[in-house]
Write a protein that binds this ligand. Structure first.
Ligand SMILES: [Zn+2]
Ligand SMILES: [Zn+2]
Length: 170
């Protein structure tokens, strides 16, 4: 697993988000905005931008980047709030307590098709949350139980098939 710790991408080493002991599983997200494929050297710039936009959100009172983990097109897993912290991304406090949140750096235009490396990274992220954060077995999309198109058609179709690793290895 290609894990990039918070301190490595420029966030305070420990998240200020509320602790959580376990969840039923993981919800998969995407950016839902225009996003172009980029060189890996600039992926951490995007993660910092996301954290900054969350901290400066006009209505949400975010204490930190909302996602637990983020995955780039190159398969690197960025530590957001991390394991054992309650996400702020699933849409309500009930939904945030039920599942962790993993966000793919994937757009609604531009880069819209997840790469095999990205799918591998998402599986790595889910495994990590199971081992370190007592995530249960459920793998769902943000749209399951909340009115949104997130995580987009391509990623959601993969999630609905059970996030198969075999698909990645084809
Ligand atoms: Zn989402
Ligand atoms: Zn990358």
């Amino acid at each position: 697993m290609k894990l990039v710790r918070r301190a490595q991408w420029g966030a305070p080493a420990t998240s200020a988000a509320s602790p959580i002991s376990r969840t039923r599983g993981v919800k998969v997200h995407y950016l839902g905005t225009a996003y172009a494929s980029r060189a890996h050297g600039t992926c951490d710039d995007k993660v910092r931008d996301i954290r900054s936009s969350h901290l400066n959100h006009p209505t949400e009172d975010y204490s930190d980047i909302a996602y637990n983990l983020l995955v780039c097109e190159h398969g690197y897993v960025y530590e957001g709030r991390g394991a054992g912290r309650r996400t702020g991304a699933n849409g309500s406090s009930t939904l945030n307590s039920a599942h962790y949140a993993v966000c793919a750096l994937l757009g609604s235009s531009g880069l819209t098709k997840p790469t095999p490396a990205m799918l591998h990274g998402i599986r790595d992220a889910i495994e990590y949350l199971r081992e370190r954060g007592a995530a249960g077995t459920e793998i769902k999309g943000h749209r399951d139980g909340f009115a949104t198109t997130c995580p987009g058609p391509e990623l959601y179709a993969w999630v609905k098939r059970g996030a198969p690793l075999a698909q990645v290895l084809d």
